[in-house]
Design a binder for this molecule. Structure first.
Ligand SMILES: Nc1nc(=O)c2c([nH]1)NC[C@@H]1CN(c3ccc(C(=O)N[C@@H](CCC(=O)O)C(=O)O)cc3)C=[N+]21
Length: 288
């Protein structure tokens, strides 16, 4: 069996055009465009890749894109002051502080300082708690994008066995919450999990978010399973995921490529979340 390739670029393009339509309606209703502020502290390779595509996509969707750069040695207080100013800025609907932050900064304190209503990353404890309790929340972009890709393969996920590999606050934990909300039976595996291959061989859905290049082998995949690869690892061989694609594509039913899978969905979902935050702030209907 050879898996079908899930075209994240195409699904993301559709979502982006839906967001652009929603932005036009929002502008007609409110007389303004949604605004997204991205804050970068220092230089990080992954963050720079992300920011390049994101700025273009924000403007293409008809939104206002604002970028703030602080030097790598900036004081925490300077970043906190910037976040406070963006919280108070009526033209800004979404605030994204690029992670990772330099090690002298307290990332959790910064995330907690963002107005939860402008937290388009969905990383604020208020949004994490709302997601976990089933309340309306801004949902982290990467897991939301993964869910949309899964839905493009499985109109219903109810009762399926899902294994999320990775337990980060950014991907693994919110991904597990979303899958639970879809009535999957969810396992979160991580570096201390015993016999990961055996657990994966029982999984209808695998979401790989470990950050180890090509760690998950093809013969760990259940025949016909759907594999979502969140990994973006730069290696000598180029950009690779957390899954050994060449092996897994021979066994899986459907699989995301790297690049062209989850990455483009993360950016499209960021635009979606920015429109959602703007609609909520202005009390107009969110069309998506
Ligand atoms: N607060 C915060 N939120 C984030 O969401 C966040 C962050 N910080 N820090 C950095 C990481 C990284 N990230 C990516 C998103 C999309 C692609 C992406 O679109 N990748 C394309 C192209 C990759 C390429 O060609 O280099 C692809 O996978 O097809 C990559 C990386 C978001 N991040």
């Amino acid at each position: 069996m050879t898996a079908s390739i899930i075209d994240g670029k195409a699904v993301a393009a559709t979502l982006r055009s839906q967001v652009a339509e929603g932005v036009a309606t929002f502008q007609a209703q409110t007389g303004r465009a949604p605004g997204l502020a991205v804050v970068l502290v220092g230089e990080d390779a992954a963050s720079s890749v992300y920011v390049r595509s994101k700025g273009k996509a924000t403007v293409a969707a008809g939104m206002i894109s604002v970028e703030h750069r602080l030097p790598a040695d900036a004081e925490q207080a300077a970043l906190m002051a910037l976040v406070a100013a963006l919280n108070a800025d009526p033209a800004i609907d979404g605030i994204l502080v690029q992670l990772p932050l330099p090690s002298h900064m307290d990332a959790q304190a910064v995330i907690s300082a963002i107005d939860p209503n402008k937290d388009v990353d969905g990383f604020h404890p208020a949004n994490a708690g709302r997601l976990a309790t089933g309340l309306p929340a801004l949902v982290p972009c990467t897991p939301l994008g993964c869910l949309m890709l899964l839905r493009s393969v499985h109109p219903s996920l109810s009762g399926l066995d899902a294994v999320v590999v990775g337990r980060s606050n950014i991907v693994g934990k919110p991904m597990a919450q979303l899958l639970l909300g879809e009535s999957c039976t969810v396992t979160i595996a991580h570096s201390r999990t015993r016999d990961l291959p055996a657990r994966l061989r029982a999984a209808d859905i695998v979401v790989a978010a470990v950050g180890i290049p090509q760690m998950i082998q093809g013969d760990w995949i259940k025949p016909g399973a759907t594999v979502i690869d969140v990994g973006i690892n730069r290696t000598a061989a180029g950009l690779v995921g957390d899954v050994d694609f060449a092996g897994a594509v021979e066994v899986a039913g459907a699989i995301t490529p790297v690049p062209g899978g989850v990455g483009p969905m993360t950016i499209a979902c960021l635009l979606r979340n920015t429109l959602e935050a703007a609609c909520r702030r202005d009390g107009v209907a969110f069309p998506l």
